[in-house]
Structure formats: C-alpha cells, structure tokens
Design a protein around this ligand. Structure first.
Ligand SMILES: NC(=O)C1=CN([C@@H]2O[C@H](COP(=O)(O)OP(=O)(O)OC[C@H]3O[C@@H](n4cnc5c(N)ncnc54)[C@H](OP(=O)(O)O)[C@@H]3O)[C@@H](O)[C@H]2O)[C@@H](O)CC1
Ligand SMILES: Nc1ncnc2c1ncn2[C@@H]1O[C@H](COP(=O)(O)OP(=O)(O)O)[C@@H](O)[C@H]1O
Ligand SMILES: [K+]
Length: 507
C-alpha cells in the first residue's frame, strides 16, 4: 500500500470524485458507512453505552455528522457536540441539515464542557487531514477534556491535532485515541513510536478511492502487507538444486556469543539457503557443528573472536555481525571483506558498530549492501542522535542514498530505506519479538534471501522482513508474546515464507 501525505489524500479524494462522477458528500457517505459498519459490530455488545460524537468545522466534522445520522437510523442516540468556528465546510453544513431534528446536537461551551462517563464511547471527528496548525483555544481544551475523561475515544480518520506526516510541536493538544479508524490507506503518523499514545490501535477501511490515480501517484513511503508482496517470491522449480539457492557465508560469534551465530544459521537454513558455511572463532566450532549440523563450519585460528577473512570465492552472499565482537582484528576482517566482496553483503550488530566507530569503513561499503541496525546502532552509524522519529526517518533515507545501500531501521514497523530514498514499512511482527536474538534471526533470513539469485535486493529485503515478523506472529500464537524466544522465530520462518510463495499456475 502507498502511504499518502495529507495533501495527496485530498488529491486522491478529488481524483476519485472526478473519475467516478460522484460528489464530495457521496464520498463522505462512503467513509461514514464504512466507519459505522465497523463501529456497529462493537456497539452491538453494549447498546446502552453512552455515545458522544465531537464534530469540528471541516469535513472530518462532516464525517462525524454523517456517522451520527447513520447510527441514529440504526437506533443509537448519540449526543452530538459541535465545535464553534467562524466557518464550516460545505459538506459539514449539508450533513448538519441532514440530521434528524430529534437528534441532540449542541454547540460546545468551553466554560461548561459535557460530562463524559468513564464507560462512554466518544467519536473524535474534530479535525482530520485538514489540520493546518497545532490546536489551541477551545479546540485544545476540548481535546484535553476528552483525554482526561477516561472515556474510550475512537478517532475518525486521525486523532484530532495530530499531523498526518510531520511532527507535533511539543505539548500540543492531540486526542488520545483507543482506536483510530482511517480510510483507504494508512498515514505515516500511525507508524511512529512517538505517536503510539495518540493513535492507539489503527485500521484502514476501504472507501473506493480511484485505484488508477493511486497507482500513478509517486510516493516516498510504502506500507508492506501480504498483497504488496504477492508474486515476489517464486515457487521452487521442479529441477532446482542447492546451487540454485546459493551458498552463503556467515561470519558471526565470539566467546560468550556463539548463540548469535547459531540463531542466524538456523534462520538462514530455514529461509531456504542452498548451502551455508559459518565462520566462527575456535571456541564456536563444536557448538555450531552440534547445534546446526546442516551448516558447514570454518574455524578461525583465534579462539575467542574472528581474525581471518575466509576465501570468498565459493559464496553467493556474505553476512557478518551477529555476536561478532569489536576487536581490532575483527575490524580488519570487516575492512578486508568490504574491500574484496563482489557478492551481496548483509551487515548487522557489531559489524554496524564497527562501521559507526570507524567511519572510514563506511566509504568502502559496496553498493546494494544490506544493513540492519536497530535505532541505537543506527545512531552510532550516523553519529548524530535524531530529534524525533520523523527526523530519524530522514536520516535513514539520506544514509541509504549516500551509501547506495539498503538500510533497515528495526522496530515495531521496521523501515527499509533503498538507495533511491524510498521507505518501506513492514506490517508484521509483535512485541513478543523484543527478546535477545530476534535480530540475529533476521540477519540469517536476509542472508539466505540475498544469496538467492532469483530475487532483487529490494524483494529479498522486503520478503525477509515480512517473513521474520510473520514468523513472530505465528510463533506467538503457540507461545504467547512473553514466552516467545528468538529460536521460535527460526522455527516458523519456513511457514511464513511458504505463505508468501507464489503458487504455480495449474495450466
Ligand atoms: N471528500 C473528502 O475530502 C473526504 C474527506 N474525508 C474527511 O475529511 C477530512 C478532511 O477534511 P478537511 O480537509 O475539511 O479538514 P478537517 O481536518 O476537517 O479540518 C479543516 C478545518 O479545520 C480548520 N483548522 C485546521 N487546523 C485548525 C486548528 N489548529 N485550529 C482550528 N481550526 C483548524 C480549517 O481551517 P483553516 O485551516 O482553513 O483555517 C478548516 O476549517 C478527512 O480527515 C476525513 O475525515 C472523508 O469524508 C473521506 C472523503
Ligand atoms: N514491538 C515489536 N514489534 C514488532 N517487531 C519487533 C518489536 N520489537 C522488536 N521487534 C523486532 O525484533 C528484532 C529485534 O532485533 P534486535 O534489536 O537487533 O535484537 P537482538 O540484538 O537481540 O538480536 C527486530 O527485527 C525488530 O523489528
Ligand atoms: K479526528
């Protein structure tokens, strides 16, 4: 799915009206209908629950009024509150007139804001994507009132006061929604940790925006779901052999961290690599050979950390970093690897920390390398803390463009930046994956997919990120989130990839 800016959303609305020959109030009606269908399923459980709808002066308020009318038709008597304003949008006014006269509809008085019972359901239709400045005055007071009421707030389209694609000034008033119900496509704001307290759980409902316009619209950001990946992972051909899927080399592990090498190796094999060789210090030889008998092991002459770069000739891709340590000799191995490699590289963990502390190494990064930092590792890489989550994304975009690489930023919605500066946000995964070793598993998966010559660097990265999160979701069904350990992820990678694999046509 594409992620549109607020301005692009309004263009998509206009294009849809033109292409489909509908008026703006008809499009609004679709949004209201979709919202009500979603809400009614929840209201049915408790029809007596007090229901309040807060409407602003624009089309977000218009949505609120259309929702109030539709809920009334379904037998629900909401109390409708209107924010006083100097002007109201045409569709607000139209839907105001369409309200049945029996429906209680009152102007908000900032001195006497309505009492909201803690069990009340509140629909926040104050401001949507037309927000042009932070909230102040009565609008801000109303939002603070909703936030302190303890009522369950459902935001229509976006929490009021939240910008769709740029940061909030500190201390600005924004509705704290339990749910945010948006239309057609997600907004960038929904994907950032700094907005989680406002957005709550979010979902998008289709309202039939013009697919041709959206298809042709250039965007900087994508949200990657299963549909987005459909057809990108080819099925294995009948006569494929292990050479088809590549021979990968993983350089990982140091004393006390051989487990990282084991986890990445298992994941790499489960992600379908043809052959895997693992380069570990001597202390890890027996462990790898025992824990991952499918992998071949190369022993470094040093006992505790990697000091030598193996001959790279046999390999289709090289991964380096999990549990590696940051010894001087290991740094030199990384330097040689960056100089000599002619095949795809996947760099993680200590390989990234070494890049961060030795910026001269960054200049050696071969184009199309894949880097997988978490936010702290990323900060070390760029050498500058981010002002906020939006700034961090701009740093990520700029980094990938500068070094012509694919750079991941791990998190709840892991982002992937490409050399052309596009961002792709992954949709799978859960907080159960916030456990040691999850990142090592990701490295193994990505290494396998980069070794598979059938896949482009972009598809390998997107498929790997999605499958890793999906494996976490499948595993958590069995173990619960708290009980999830990184090794479980490796066990479910095969199933996650199978779900993504294109079925071969019958004819
Ligand atoms: N066909 C469609 O387009 C569809 C749209 N849909 C719905 O429309 C929503 C977008 O509607 P919208 O563009 O009218 O903007 P909205 O957010 O309601 O507010 C704009 C008004 O607020 C005012 N205002 C802004 N900031 C302010 C502030 N800080 N403090 C005070 N006032 C402020 C602003 O005034 P101005 O900036 O001009 O001074 C203007 O009067 C979208 O989120 C979705 O819910 C759906 O129905 C699907 C079809
Ligand atoms: N709340 C979350 N939701 C989804 N995925 C998560 C969440 N927390 C962590 N993850 C995923 O788990 C992995 C953690 O990686 P990392 O921080 O490198 O762990 P480690 O260093 O322990 O291996 C990343 O892929 C990240 O996206
Ligand atoms: K809203």
């Amino acid at each position: 799915m594409k992620i549109l800016t607020a301005a692009q959303t309004s263009q998509a609305d206009q294009a849809t009206m033109q292409a489909q020959g509908i008026r703006s109030d008809e499009l609004m009606e679709r949004a209201a209908a979709a919202f009500c269908e979603w809400l009614l399923a929840r209201l049915a459980a408790d029809p007596a629950r007090p229901l309040h709808i807060f409407c602003g002066p624009g089309n977000n308020g218009g949505d609120g009024l259309a929702i109030a009318r539709r809920l009334y038709q379904e037998g629900f008597r909401a109390r409708v509150w209107l924010l006083p304003a100097s002007k109201y949008s045409a569709d607000f006014q139209l839907n105001r007139q369409r309200l049945p006269p029996e429906l209680v509809c009152q102007a908000l008085n900032p001195k006497r804001l309505p009492t909201l019972a803690p069990n009340a359901l509140v629909l926040d239709a104050l401001f949507g994507t037309g927000l042009s400045r932070p909230l102040s005055g009565t609008a801000a007071d109303v939002v603070q009132h909703l936030n302190s009421s303890g009522a369950c707030v459902v935001a229509v389209d976006i929490p009021s006061g939240l910008f769709a694609n740029s940061p909030q000034p500190p201390d600005s008033a924004v509705t704290r929604a339990r749910y945010t119900v948006s239309f057609e496509l997600p907004k960038l704001a929904f994907l950032l940790p700094q907005n989680a307290g406002w957005v709550g759980e979010w979902l998008v409902l289709p309202i039939g925006l013009d697919p041709t316009f959206i298809h042709n619209l250039p965007v900087d950001n994508f949200f990657v779901d299963a549909d987005f990946l459909a057809g990108r992972l080819p099925a294995r051909s009948k006569f494929s052999h292990k050479g088809t899927f590549g021979h990968a080399l993983l350089l990982a592990g140091s004393r006390g961290k051989i487990g990282a090498a084991v986890l990445a190796s298992k994941a790499c094999l489960r992600a379908g690599v043809g052959l895997l060789t693992v380069g570990v210090p001597a202390v890890g030889y027996g462990i790898v050979q025992t824990a991952v008998p499918e992998a071949m092991a190369l022993t470094d002459p040093a006992t505790d950390f990697v000091t030598e770069l193996p001959d790279l000739k046999p390999y289709a891709a090289v991964g380096i970093g999990p549990g590696l340590g940051q010894e001087d000799a290991t740094r030199e191995v990384l330097r040689q690897l960056l100089r000599k490699a002619t095949v795809p590289l996947v760099l993680d963990a200590d390989a990234l920390n070494l890049l961060g502390t030795n910026p001269d190494l960054l200049g050696l990064l071969p184009p199309d390398s894949l880097l997988t930092p978490h936010p702290k590792e990323f900060e070390r890489l760029v050498g500058q803390p981010a002002r906020d989550d939006y700034h961090r994304l701009e740093q990520l975009r700029a980094f990938a463009q500068q070094y012509r690489c694919y750079c991941v930023l791990k998190g709840a919605y892991t982002a992937l930046a490409t050399p052309d500066g596009t961002l792709y946000f992954n949709s799978t995964g859960n907080p159960g994956m916030a456990t040691g070793g999850s990142g090592d598993v990701l490295t193994g998966v990505l290494l396998a997919l980069r070794a598979d010559k059938r896949l482009s660097p972009l598809d390998a990265a997107l498929l790997g990120l999605y499958a890793h999160g999906r494996a976490g979701d499948l595993a958590a069904r069995e173990t619960g989130q708290a009980g999830l350990v990184a090794g479980d992820l490796a066990d479910f990678i095969g199933r996650a990839l199978q779900e993504l694999t294109a079925s071969t046509p019958l004819l």
